[in-house]
Design a protein around this ligand. Structure first.
Ligand code: ADP
Ligand code: TZD
Ligand code: MG
Length: 577
C-alpha cells in the first residue's frame, strides 16, 4: 500500500489538520482530475477557491447547466469523468439536466453539489436551499452517493469515478453536505483515507464464441454494412476500428458524433448513401451505436423489406435485443471486441460482392454531385447550403478544429454538409437532440483539447446558453461562434394565427444582432450577410484564436419545421378539418 506521503506528494506536518474541502481536492487530484466546471456559492465557494489555489483549473460559468454540459463533453473527450460543481437545491437542479444528458449519452461525468444541513433537510424544517438532492438525482444517473464523514471522502470520490467510467459510462451524483466540507481531521490520517482508483474502466474481453458467431454472420453477408456510433468514437480505438473497416471492405455509416472516426471522404463511407444502405443491407454490424430513434429502432420503412441480421458490439449486455433480435451479440469493450474480430478474420478475408460496394459508391457519388453546386451558391440572404458550403471548406482546410453544432435545420444541414476528417471532432446535441449544449460544449472542447472550436448554432439553440460568451471571453478561449440567424425556431416567417399583437410562438426579434453580445465582453463581433463574408470572418477568427461571434444572416424562409424530423410532430385532427 502507498504511504500517505506517496499519495499526496508531501507528508503533512505532525499535528497538522486537514478538512473536507481539502480532502475532496486531494482525492480528485490523486485521480488525475484537474479541471472543475461550476458556479460558486454557499456552501462550495471556498471549495472552488481552494481547488484553484491547489493548481486545479476551475472554470466558473454563468449557469450550472452549461457547466454541466461542459463536464459531460469533457468526459466524452478524455475518458475521465468531467466534474461539475454546484451549490445546493437550485444550483443542483440546474446541473441535473446535464447529468441526465451525460447518462443518456453514455458520457462519464460527476455532478458534485453542496447540500444543506441533513438534520434540517430530513425533518423538512425549511433550511436555506433545502432539498433531498440524493433522492432527486438517483433516477437520473448511474449512481448517487452522499458522504457524511471526512474520512469517507476518499472512498466516495473513488466510487464516483469508478461508477462513471466503468462498463457503460454515465453520470454520477456526489452529495457533499456543507458540514462535511468544514469537518477537520488529522492531516496524516486524512491522507491515508485517499484512494487511487486502479484501472477505473477495466477491459471487458468478449467471449470467444461470440466473436466466432459474429464472424459467421458477417461471412454470410451479401450486402454488409458497419454502423459506427459515438461509443466507437469514445472508445479511442481509432486505429483498430479503421483496420477492421478496411480489412472487411464493408461500407460504413457514421452516426452524427462518429463522423470523422474514419474520414467522411473515405472510399468506404456510405454517409451520402444512408437511405440505400439502411434499406438494402442484409447484415449490419453496430459498433457503439444503439438501435434507438436515431436509427428508427432498427425496423420499419427506413430499413427496407428484406430480412436483416444484426451483429451488435456494445459494453452493455442489456442493450442487446432492445429493439430487434440481435443475431450475434458481442458484449465487451470496443477496443477488445474489434481486435478480437480482426484476429478472427485472419489474413484472407473475402471482400463483400463488388455489386454491392459499387452500388453504394454510385449512389453516394450521385448524391454528392447533386449537392455540390448548391454548396457553392453566394445567395444573399444566405440559405443553409450556401452558408454551410463555406464552413465545409473551412473544416476541410482545418481538419483538427472542433465543430460544435446544435439547432434544427442548422443541425441537420450541417451534419450532412460538413465533412469531418478526424475522430471526436464533431460534438452535437446527442441522443436527446437537446438544445443548450452549445457554449458549454465549445468551452470544454477548447479547454480540454487546446484546439480551435467552431460552434455552428441555430439562433434559438444559441439562446439557451448564450450568456456563456462572457465565459469564453473571460478565459480568452479560441472559440468562434456562428449564429445562423433565421429569426426563429425552424423559420422566421410564422405569424400569430389569432391576428393579435404578440409574435408567433416560433419567431424572434427581426434583424437581431447576436454579434453585439460578444462585443459587450471584449470579443470580436461580425455581421455576415454572404457566404464570402462568413468565410472571411471565420478564417480570421480561427487564425487569431480570439473569441468571436458571427451573426450569419440566413433567409428566414429557408428552413423546414423541425429540420429533418418533422415526422415526429403529432398531428391534430381538429386543425386538419
Ligand atoms: P449513437 O448516438 O452515435 O448512435 P449511442 O449513444 O446510441 O451512439 O450508443 C453508444 C453505445 O456505445 C452505448 O450503447 C454504450 O453502451 C456503448 N459504449 C460506450 N463506450 C463503450 C466502450 N468503450 N465499449 C463498448 N461499448 C461502448
Ligand atoms: N428545448 C430543449 C432543451 N431541446 C429541444 N430540442 C427543444 C426545446 C425543441 N427544439 C428543437 O428540437 S430544435 C429547436 C427547439 C427549440 C430550435 C430550432 O431553432 P434554431 O435552428 O434556430 O436553433 P433552425 O436553423 O432555425 O432550425
Ligand atoms: Mg433559427
Amino acid at each position: 500500500m502507498a504511504t500517505a506521503a506517496e499519495k499526496t506528494g508531501a507528508a503533512p506536518e505532525a499535528g497538522a489538520l486537514t478538512d473536507g474541502f481539502h480532502l475532496v481536492i486531494d482525492a480528485l487530484k490523486l485521480n488525475d482530475i484537474t479541471t472543475i466546471y461550476g458556479v460558486p456559492g454557499i456552501p462550495i465557494t471556498d471549495l472552488g477557491r481552494f481547488a484553484q489555489a491547489a493548481g486545479m483549473r476551475v472554470l466558473s460559468f454563468r449557469h450550472e447547466q452549461n457547466a454541466g454540459y461542459a463536464a459531460a463533453i469533457a468526459g466524452y473527450l478524455t475518458q475521465k469523468p468531467g466534474v461539475c460543481l454546484t451549490v445546493s437545491a437550485p444550483g443542483f437542479l440546474n446541473g441535473l439536466t446535464a447529468l441526465a444528458h451525460a447518462t443518456t449519452n453514455c458520457f462519464p461525468m460527476i455532478l458534485i453539489s453542496g447540500s444543506s444541513e441533513r438534520e434540517i433537510v430530513d425533518l423538512q424544517q425549511g433550511d436555506y436551499e433545502e432539498m433531498d438532492q440524493l433522492a432527486v438525482a438517483k433516477p437520473l444517473c448511474k449512481a448517487a452517493f452522499r458522504v457524511l464523514h471526512a474520512q469517507d471522502i476518499g472512498i466516495g470520490v473513488a466510487r464516483a469515478i469508478r461508477a462513471a467510467v466503468s462498463g457503460r459510462p454515465g453520470g454520477v451524483y456526489l452529495d457533499l453536505p456543507a458540514k462535511l466540507l468544514g469537518q477537520a481531521m488529522d492531516a496524516a490520517a486524512g491522507a491515508k483515507t485517499l484512494v487511487k482508483v486502479i484501472d477505473p474502466a477495466p477491459r471487458q474481453i468478449p467471449a470467444p464464441d461470440s466473436i466466432a458467431r459474429a464472424l459467421d454472420v458477417l461471412k454470410s453477408a451479401k450486402r454488409p454494412l458497419i454502423i459506427l456510433g459515438k461509443g466507437a468514437a469514445y472508445a479511442q480505438a481509432d486505429d483498430a476500428i479503421k483496420a477492421l473497416v478496411e480489412k472487411s471492405g464493408m461500407p460504413f455509416l457514421p452516426m452524427s458524433m462518429a463522423k470523422g472516426l474514419l474520414p467522411d471522404t473515405h472510399p468506404q463511407c456510405a454517409g451520402a448513401a444512408r437511405s440505400l444502405v439502411l434499406q438494402d443491407s442484409d447484415v449490419v454490424m453496430l459498433i457503439g451505436a444503439r438501435l434507438n430513434w436515431l436509427l428508427s429502432h432498427g425496423k420499419g420503412k427506413t430499413w427496407g423489406k428484406g430480412p436483416k441480421k444484426f451483429v451488435h458490439i456494445d459494453i452493455e449486455p442489456k442493450e442487446m435485443d432492445s429493439n430487434v433480435e440481435i443475431a450475434a451479440p458481442v458484449v465487451g469493450d470496443i477496443a477488445s471486441c474489434v481486435s478480437a474480430l480482426l484476429d478472427g478474420m485472419g489474413g484472407r478475408w473475402q471482400a463483400p460482392p463488388a455489386e454491392w460496394t459499387e452500388a453504394v459508391k454510385a449512389k453516394r457519388d450521385e448524391n454528392v454531385a447533386k449537392m455540390a453546386p448548391r454548396l457553392r451558391n453566394n445567395n444573399i440572404p444566405m440559405d443553409y447550403q450556401g452558408a454551410l458550403g463555406a464552413l465545409r471548406t473551412i473544416i476541410q482546410q482545418r481538419p483538427d478544429a472542433i465543430l460544435v453544432n446544435e439547432g434544427a435545420n442548422t443541425l441537420d444541414f450541417a451534419r450532412s454538409i460538413i465533412d469531418m476528417y478526424q475522430p471526436r471532432k464533431r460534438l452535437d446535441v446527442g441522443t436527446w437532440g437537446v438544445m443548450g449544449v452549445g457554449m458549454g460544449t465549445a468551452i470544454a472542447a477548447a479547454v480540454v483539447t487546446g484546439k480551435p472550436v467552431l460552434a455552428v448554432e441555430g439562433d434559438s439553440a444559441f439562446g439557451f446558453s448564450g450568456m456563456e460568451v462572457e465565459t469564453i471571453c473571460r478565459y480568452n478561449l479560441p472559440v468562434c461562434v456562428v449564429v445562423f440567424n433565421n429569426g426563429g425556431i425552424y423559420r422566421g416567417t410564422d405569424v400569430n394565427p389569432s391576428g393579435g399583437a404578440d409574435a408567433a410562438t416560433t419567431v424572434f426579434v427581426k434583424g437581431a444582432r447576436y454579434d453585439k453580445m460578444m462585443e459587450a465582453f471584449g470579443g470580436v463581433g461580425v455581421n455576415a450577410t454572404s457566404p464570402d463574408e462568413l468565410s472571411r470572418a471565420v478564417n480570421t477568427a480561427m487564425d487569431s484564436g480570439k473569441p468571436t461571434l458571427i451573426n450569419a444572416v440566413i433567409d428566414e424562409k429557408a428552413g423546414t419545421e423541425s429540420g429533418r424530423i418533422g415526422n415526429l410532430n403529432p398531428q391534430s385532427v381538429v386543425a386538419k378539418k
